[in-house]
Design a protein around this ligand. Structure first.
Ligand code: NAP
Length: 320
């Protein structure tokens, strides 16, 4: 895919779940790293990672895995980043680049940066790609193709380190952009974090609503509810950490959401059809913009029923 040979000699993947696994497979396929070393907390995950070829070898400790790595990627839940950074800090090689894939950036930077020695470059990152599946069986090499990865380089990170990491992500098929940290957390609150919370809420409401039986909810779910359930099936640990760490931005957007919901509630109660029609016309245009930007399929029903030669974008559409 890259055609330009390895970008890094040794990449250490800390955490071997959906995102790390997809990175390992994508790097291998494009020949972007000479060696990929992995670490996960449990022996079972490490064994699965080896069996699936997500990395070339595994280590029992994170500190061991990062030794002599010129790129270290933290792929653990946001809430675990600090303890991992404290462990690997003293073992990091001179000139190494440290990055992460966490869904929230300010909290990761606050937790990780204090543990890093001065002789490394810290370039936090976030691939806007994911699915509702997690763990070492979930990754696939195409996950990042035509998806954005946002980098929020720390002050003092070298241009060369940023450029090299950019080329790595591009080699895995991603578009790359750098962004201010607080901008990232606000944008993601709008595009991912609050939508997930709404999906969790809607599925919870349906579960509570005893007037509609469970069998009816399941049987007629294709009417829209099904897509909420897919998002609400996302990993509970990851999403707990997102809301515990991107608190300000999600609360701000939730406040705005509640206001809009009240406005729509009022329009329904007062029979204000013009308001509803205008509102839905506007939201339809936003959907068209997403399709024109190549970030989802225009196929009816999100491409369900399409030939299973590749995973349709809708299936890859749960990102954080
Ligand atoms: P995942 O599939 O659940 O994998 C998490 C991995 O981290 C597992 O290998 C787990 O090991 C390991 N781990 C957890 N706690 C650990 C600890 N204390 N020490 C060492 N290893 C630990 O998660 P994921 O979906 O790949 O997400 C990883 C990161 O990517 C998160 O920060 C998330 O915010 C971010 N992200 C996720 C998505 C998404 O849609 N899923 C999208 C973009 C970014 P064991 O299996 O051995 O427990």
């Amino acid at each position: 895919m890259s055609g330009a040979g390895p970008i890094y000699d040794r990449v250490a993947l800390i955490g071997l779940g959906l995102i790390a696994g997809s990175m390992g497979l994508a790097m291998k396929r494009a020949g972007l790293a000479t060696e990929i070393v992995g670490h996960a907390r449990t022996a079972q995950t490490r064994e699965t990672a080896l069996r699936r070829g997500l990395c070339d070898r595994v280590c029992e400790t994170a500190a061991e895995a990062v030794r002599d790595a010129d790129l270290v990627v933290l792929c653990v839940p946001v809430g675990a980043m600090g303890e991992i950074a404290a462990e690997i800090g003293p073992a990091l090689a001179q000139g190494a680049t440290i990055t992460d894939v966490g869904s929230v950036k300010q909290a990761v930077i606050d937790a990780v940066a204090p543990h890093l020695p001065a002789h490394v470059d810290f370039v936090p990152g976030h691939p806007l790609a994911g699915t509702e599946h997690s763990g070492p069986e979930a990754g696939f090499a195409e996950l990042f193709r035509n998806r954005w990865t946002l980098l929020t380089p720390a002050e003092g990170a070298s241009a060369e380190a940023i450029d090299r990491l950019t080329r790595l992500w591009q080699g895995m098929g991603a578009f790359v952009e750098t962004m201010e940290v607080d901008r990232h957390d606000l944008v993601l609150a709008v595009t991912s974090h609050v939508p997930h919370l709404i999906a969790y809420t809607m599925v919870g409401v349906a579960d509570d609503l005893r007037r509609v039986t469970d069998s009816e909810v399941i049987k007629y779910s294709a009417a829209g509810f099904r897509d909420f359930t897919r998002i609400a099936a996302s990993d509970p640990t990851m999403w707990r950490d997102v809301f515990l760490t991107n608190t300000d931005a999600t609360l701000e957007i939730l406040g705005r959401f509640t206001e809009e919901l009240f406005a729509l509630q009022r329009a329904i109660r007062t029979g204000d059809g013009a308001m509803l029609h205008e509102y839905f016309t506007h939201t339809r245009a936003i959907r068209r913009g997403i399709i024109e930007a190549g970030q989802d399929t225009d196929a009816p029903d999100f491409g369900r029923g399409a030939a299973a030669t590749d995973r349709p974008p809708a299936r890859r559409g749960v990102s954080s």
